[in-house]
Design a protein around this ligand. Structure first.
Ligand SMILES: NC(=O)c1ccc[n+]([C@@H]2O[C@H](COP(=O)([O-])OP(=O)(O)OC[C@H]3O[C@@H](n4cnc5c(N)ncnc54)[C@H](O)[C@@H]3O)[C@@H](O)[C@H]2O)c1
Length: 255
């Protein structure tokens, strides 16, 4: 594992998967800078407090970041119990905007890791829609596209995780060829973090019970973090444009 000495940005570093990823990467010798709307209660090498739902706040946060970084882990996210507009802004439009703003600071050989979800697995059913949204470049153009193509509240979380998987895939090769920067997704199944209860509310008892029978148990954040950390390091230098499930095998049971 070669993250020793790397400077790594982690959004959502104050809780759940982001916090475990920050701890693991620091333990392995990386310099970790967290970005979150909440205050941190863990050790970090730097921290920027920011609400990642608006381009203005994101730009202000980027201005406080180091001139050069080695990796960006986009882990911040809200569940589908939040209003659909906010889910789109944090989980997709803001993530895209932050990544585009940070890209010029990412060194060749660097890595971008986006945390998607098993709930984005049905992206092939809407791939053309997601590609069209990916083509609406920039936060405002994306928001405009979404005003013309409203996303239902009930499935907004799934929709924006699907859109993230498709955008990551279609955008990744251009950045790898032009900048030598890889971009991949990690798709966790259910994980014990503070928002797990929101997913139960969002999906309903029937779906949750059906899934519970297909898996050993929900995952722990420290079972997702090593895969994110691996994608940050040089050992994964030939992996780009992938979406890696980390779900205890749950996704495979839907085949
Ligand atoms: N927990 C699960 O079951 C699960 C499953 C699949 C995917 N995910 C995804 O994993 C990622 C991490 O989630 P988690 O389970 O660790 O949840 P969490 O609530 O523990 O952590 C999310 C973090 O994101 C931050 N955040 C949210 N909105 C923000 C905003 N507007 N600006 C800045 N920071 C913001 C929160 O403050 C928090 O620190 C999310 O993208 C989530 O969608 C979670």
């Amino acid at each position: 594992m070669t993250v020793q000495g790397k400077t790594i940005l982690i959004t959502g570093a104050c809780s759940g998967i982001g916090a475990e990823t920050a701890r693991l990467l620091r333990m392995r010798g990386a310099r970790v800078i967290g970005i979150d709307r909440d205050d941190p209660n863990l050790s970090l090498d730097g921290f920027v407090k920011a609400d990642l739902s608006t381009p203005a706040a994101i730009d202000a946060a980027v201005a406080q970041l180091p001139a050069q970084v080695d990796a960006l882990c986009n882990i911040a996210g809200v569940p589908g119990t939040a209003p659909a507009k906010l889910v789109g802004e944090v989980n997709y439009l803001g993530l895209r905007h932050l990544t585009e703003q940070v890209l010029p600071r990412v060194a060749r050989g660097g890595s971008i890791v986006n945390v998607a979800s098993i709930l984005g697995a049905e992206w092939p059913q809407r791939v053309n829609e997601h590609k069209a949204l990916a083509q609406a470049k920039g936060f405002e153009a994306g928001a405009h596209w979404l005003r013309d193509h409203p996303v239902p509240q009930a499935t907004c979380y799934q929709y924006f995780k699907e859109a993230l998987i498709v955008w990551s895939a279609v955008q990744s090769q251009e950045w790898f060829l032009q900048h030598g920067v890889r971009m991949n997704c990690v798709a966790p199944g259910p994980v014990f973090t503070p928002i797990l209860g929101d997913f139960v509310t969002m999906l309903g008892a029937e779906r949750v019970q059906a899934d519970a029978r297909r898996m050993l148990r929900p995952g722990f954040a420290d079972e997702i973090a090593p895969v994110i950390a691996w994608l940050c390091g040089d050992a994964s230098r030939w992996v780009s444009g992938a979406n890696i499930p980390v779900d205890g095998g749950l996704a495979s049971t839907y085949l």
